[in-house]
Ligand binder design. Structure first.
Ligand SMILES: O=P(O)(O)OC[C@H]1O[C@](O)(COP(=O)(O)O)[C@@H](O)[C@@H]1O
Ligand SMILES: [Mg+2]
Ligand SMILES: [Mg+2]
Length: 336
């Protein structure tokens, strides 16, 4: 796991090289900078979504069988273009692309070590109703030799092998929140000058919380353990009943819970046998951030970052947030 410190200087941020830093930190910081640049471009479009023809369906469906929204397609293009043009990574996988994209990885002079997996626009159902959305990214060091074509093995790595992960939340303000394995830091965009400032250093999940986030409309389809845990949250006892908050955007629900304390659940159900969220570019990066912020993430039984991936777009049940709340939910799942 890469180890790096963050400093703020002149409103920008740099990644200091650490002797234990296994990777060329310049390459990783250039990668994060390219994500920052793409985030500013997407943010500009998100902020005027109602004014230009960028909302609504794009007319295609992605490999998930979901109607792609115009902003899904736009964000996907911008992030891929930015990382490709700046020649920083050797491969990209995206929620909006059927297969991974090799970036001149067969070129023996291409010494780029990293692959990126991305959910370019998270919370798509919120786009047309002006509710916050996000972008999620996960970074791995390739496992195949540099100078050879990337293969699916470079992408199907356990979450515990991530070298960086983060998200952009396009909310009341736009923030970039990420980790390189040494804690979680949040940067807020000053749109007037297009600079991100270190506004939330060392972000941590409170061990406990009183907010639970789940789509209760699917309650009857949930496994018994989840139903029992939701009933537990609603019971009048001690610091309960908890507050129910569900924005419908993983990034926004996660971000609020990390600041206030809380748990987010997207369980499996009789409609989605594996749940809805994708392991590689939603659950793994959010799990890395959660653990780096003293939180926890599992599928109800197994640590998310220990799950061995088998497919690029595979889905897993997802429970994530304040450590004690996740452990309580896991207890109900075990005893069901
Ligand atoms: O509408 P549902 O079924 O509750 O799902 C909401 C969840 O689906 C998602 O929108 C899935 O992400 P995408 O929008 O990237 O497909 C999450 O952000 C959100 O938490
Ligand atoms: Mg998503
Ligand atoms: Mg998406």
């Amino acid at each position: 796991m890469a180890n790096s410190k963050l400093n703020q200087t002149l409103g920008e941020f740099i990644i200091e090289n650490q002797s234990s830093f296994k990777y060329t930190s310049g390459e990783l910081s250039r990668l994060i900078n390219s994500i920052r640049l793409a985030a500013k471009v997407v943010n500009h479009e998100v902020n005027k979504a109602g004014l230009v023809d960028i909302i609504g369906a794009a007319g295609d469906t992605n490999i998930q069988g979901e109607d792609q929204q115009k902003l899904d397609v736009y964000a996907n293009e911008k992030f891929i273009q930015t990382m490709t043009k700046r020649n920083i990574v050797c491969g990209i996988a995206s929620e909006e692309e059927d297969d991974f994209i090799a970036i001149n990885s067969q070129d023996e002079n291409n010494q780029n070590k990293y692959v990126v997996l991305i959910d370019p626009l998270d919370g798509s159902s919120n786009i047309d109703v002006n509710v916050s959305v996000g972008t999620i990214f996960s970074v791995f060091r390739r496992v195949t030799p540099v100078g050879t074509p990337v293969t699916i093995d470079d992408f199907l790595q356990k979450g515990s092998m991530q070298v960086a992960a983060g998200y952009v939340v396009y909310g009341t303000s736009t923030m970039l929140v990420y980790t390189t394995g040494d804690g979680v830091n949040g940067f807020t965009l000053n749109p007037a000058i297009g600079t991100f400032y270190l506004s939330h250093p060392n972000m941590r999940f409170p061990e406990d919380g009183n907010i639970y986030s789940v789509n209760e409309g699917n309650y009857i389809h949930f496994p018994k353990g989840i139903k029992d845990y939701i009933k537990y949250c609603q019971m009048e006892e001690g610091d309960r009943p908890y507050t129910s908050r569900y924005i419908g955007s993983l990034v926004s629900d996660f971000h609020r819970n990390m600041i206030k304390g809380g748990i987010y659940m997207y369980p499996k159900s009789s409609m989605n046998e594996k749940g809805k969220l994708r392991l590689l570019y939603e659950c793994n990066p959010m799990a890395f951030l959660a653990e780096q912020a003293n939180g926890k993430a599992s599928d109800g039984f197994t640590r998310i970052m220990d799950i061995e991936p088998t497919e690029l777009h595979e889905r897993v049940p997802f429970i994530c947030g304040s450590k004690n709340m996740v452990e309580k939910a896991e207890e109900f799942m075990r005893n069901a």
